[in-house]
Design a protein around this ligand. Sequence first.
Ligand SMILES: Cc1ncc(COP(=O)(O)O)c(C=O)c1O
Length: 396
Amino acid sequence: MDVASRAAAIEYAIRDVVVPAVELEAQGHAVIRLNIGDPLAYEGLPTPNHMVAAFKAALDRQDNGYSPSYGIPELRTAIASSESSKGWGCSAGDVYVTHGVTEALQIIFAAFLEEGDTVLAPGPHYPPYMAYPQMYGGSTTEYRLDSARGWRIDLDDIRSKMNDSVRLLVLINPNNPTGNVATPNEVDALIEIARSWPKCAIIADEIYDGLDFTGHHCSVASRSGEVPVITLNGVSKVYFAPGWRVGYMAWHDPLGRMEPVRDGVERLLRSRLCASTPAQYGFLAGLAGETGWMGGHRARIQERMGYCLNRIEAIDGIDCEAPGGAFYLFVRIADPEMAADDKRFVLDLLHQHHVLLVHGSGFSPEFGQGHFRMVCLPPTEILAEAFDRIESFLRS
Ligand SMILES: Cc1ncc(COP(=O)(O)O)c(C=O)c1O
């Protein structure tokens, strides 16, 4: 039986490299995994107890049934007030709860894209922005993030790539994998570009917004008076519960331009029933409860990131821009031969020294090539061991 081309075309670099790592582990090798953006995989960054208790309480009171397709009303209201606190008027009716941002993306692409339509996304980017649009007849074009200027968005490149086929202009802010945080001026300029293209909406993926270390992060919706913006966020990163699979989209559409698409989105949401009911209560507790714990988690991530940056600076053959947010480092491989095949670099390191990274070309063949992405989430003892191994790999 033949596989459908849409499935055969799917690649997800972050998990594809796990296959050889699992083989090595089965042979008894201890692999240090720095590939996946999951804080729960390491010590010191747990989901807070009050959120876990709320999830458990929902299970105990038999809240295990289907829930409304757009999300439980209390959670939609709490998300709306959280988004409103970021500077725009979000109401509960603007919020749709999904199985993570990843499901929201599939639904948005399914509702927006016809044959020949384009998604204009940053290069490098989180892989589903490239993998999914082709499932709906569309395709992804990348706009350039400028590696020489801290991976800032290249506004001229966006301008030159806008046309009538672009239905969605994506900003991932803070960015995965580079950690760049766009300034309010850059966000305004991006909105201004989209304003000239009335068939185009902005996707603002702000899933790392609570992990902004620059102090200048802003919500895109809060700065748009006219251009439609769909904000994406959820429980995975800032609330440290990625395995719960709860996220949301919040629609900001001041001129009502997206109404027909919104009807399509609502139909799709109803047809896939609902997001996990007890997990939604867990997220609700996170939004409604005290958030003092976040400072501790953020400080731990910054400390670990600082350690990584120091080690990278001291190792010949690699260098890295200091990220403004999130918990990734997008590291440049200096040696041109090694850089030319970054997947080989990652696999050789894995086989010879048992450290698992992700090749930069997995985030963008054009703009990510010659890099690797690592997470800075493990405790420093583990990071220290990983860097020792990377150093001896580069020396050899
Ligand atoms: C930019 C970005 N968006 C979305 C996601 C996934 O979000 P979720 O767990 O809500 O599906 C990730 C996960 O790494 C990400 O980096």
